[in-house]
Design a protein around this ligand. Structure first.
Ligand code: FMN
Length: 219
């Protein structure tokens, strides 16, 4: 099993969010043979999406030559994606949002189908719900199931670290049992139906994405 942790705090190894996420990874590894990779987004060159739609016309043809293509490929190879973000004004940090924007092809073609996404958030106030809800929304819109999330204030307690470790074991169980959350599958399926109509309407512009849908037998 491959796990990819995208950590968006600019504080890298000192990031409390990252430290909490590391416990989640330790929990997964204690339960199942897992190959995990950590990417600190602030180490990468990440530009903003220019809304040119090149990636919809020809998949992975983004004209911006930075590190985002590499991150997207790794996201596709992973079974589990852990998104770790400090709460920045009730949202994920901008580096992670930039990845989501640049990977909008994942939304059009539900490229994260079959994967699990887990969210890790810390915030000064301890209010992580809005950010975790957003990560859950992102999972569904890309076709992935949300395996849960954890949030904390920056002062990580022993109990919080234990909770993170246990969350990791639960992710491992989800993977082993190929856990299906029926209410999430329903949301994902609705999103697919919505995009089916868009794909048909835009087939002459978003040629490769349309062919992807055809190839999957979804049209
Ligand atoms: C730009 C910015 C925006 C922030 N916005 C919020 C916020 O809206 N609510 C909150 O509780 N904390 C907010 N914080 C505090 C961080 O979420 C908090 O310090 C977090 O635990 C830092 O995580 P890290 O150690 O992983 O970098 C903000 C911090 C920064 C730098």
């Amino acid at each position: 099993m491959k796990i990819l942790l995208l950590s968006s705090s600019p504080r890298k190894e000192k990031s409390q969010t990252f430290l909490l996420a590391k416990e989640v990874l330790r929990g997964v590894a204690s339960d199942v043979a897992a190959e995990s990779e950590v990417i600190h987004l602030c180490n990468l060159k990440i530009e903003f999406c220019r809304a040119c739609e090149a990636c919809h016309k020809k998949i992975f043809s983004c004209p911006i030559k930075d590190d985002v293509n590499m991150v997207m490929k790794k996201m596709l190879e992973a079974d589990v994606l852990v998104f770790a973000s400090p709460n920045y004004i009730n949202q994920v940090a901008a580096s992670l949002k930039a990845i989501f924007d640049r990977a909008s092809h994942f939304i059009h073609c539900k490229r994260l189908l079959g994967k699990y996404i887990f969210g890790v958030v810390t915030s000064g106030s301890g209010q992580g719900k809005a950010v975790l809800d957003y990560i859950s929304y992102y999972a569904h819109t890309c076709g992935a199931q949300y395996a849960g999330g954890i949030s904390s204030q920056p002062q990580l307690t022993k109990e919080k670290l234990e909770e993170a470790f246990k969350s990791g074991s639960k992710i491992a169980l989800d993977i082993r049992e190929k856990k299906v959350y029926p209410e999430q599958i329903e949301i994902i399926e609705k999103g697919k139906q919505y995009f089916k109509e868009i794909m048909k309407a835009r087939k002459n512009e978003w040629k490769e994405e349309y062919l992807y849908w055809l190839d999957k037998g979804w049209l």
